[in-house]
Design a protein around this ligand. Structure first.
Ligand code: FE2
Length: 155
């Protein structure tokens, strides 16, 4: 099965968001690689890391949308919440010894691509316009958490 290949089609052109998306895509590809090699313990560890990153990323994204005055924050957050709940349910089952990492991959892989190309590209234009008007593009309260999850991000 082909892994997700990062391309311009997935770019929001909001640097921090793209960096977080790329890291999440890397983790999804890593999860697939673990499963293809039959490394189930590693797959469950990658799944846990992936869920942590998704939670941090969605919180960051929602804060960014709120600060930008994005009018469709509520449905966007709703999509995040439902997805994270499904991911957490798989993670809980995996941690209880059930073999669900393959099912989790079947959820996260298409979801991530269609969410970026759909809902995320919808807000990207709006947020960029907001920043072009002179608003600060970063969210200071969150930087400490972000540095923890995405250590390679620009300081
Ligand atoms: Fe999103």
């Amino acid at each position: 099965m082909q892994k997700i290949i990062w391309s311009e089609k997935l770019a929001t052109h909001i640097p921090l968001i793209d960096e977080q998306h790329r890291r999440i895509v890397e983790l999804i590809n890593e999860l697939q690689g673990n499963l293809e090699r039959g490394e189930l313990t590693l797959a469950n560890q990658t799944l846990a890391l992936l869920v942590e990153h998704k939670v941090a990323h969605c919180a960051y994204e929602e804060r960014l949308l709120k600060e930008s005055g994005y009018p469709f924050l509520k449905p966007h957050k709703h999509a995040h919440d439902e997805y994270i709940e499904e991911c957490r349910a798989y993670l809980r089952r995996a941690q209880q010894g059930e073999y669900v990492a393959q099912k989790a991959l079947a959820l996260v892989k298409p979801w991530m691509v269609s969410h970026i190309q759909g809902e995320d590209l919808d807000y990207a234009h709006f947020v960029k316009q907001h920043h072009d008007k002179g608003a600060e593009p970063t969210v200071p309260w969150h930087l400490r958490t972000l540095n923890r999850f995405f250590p390679n991000r620009e300081k």
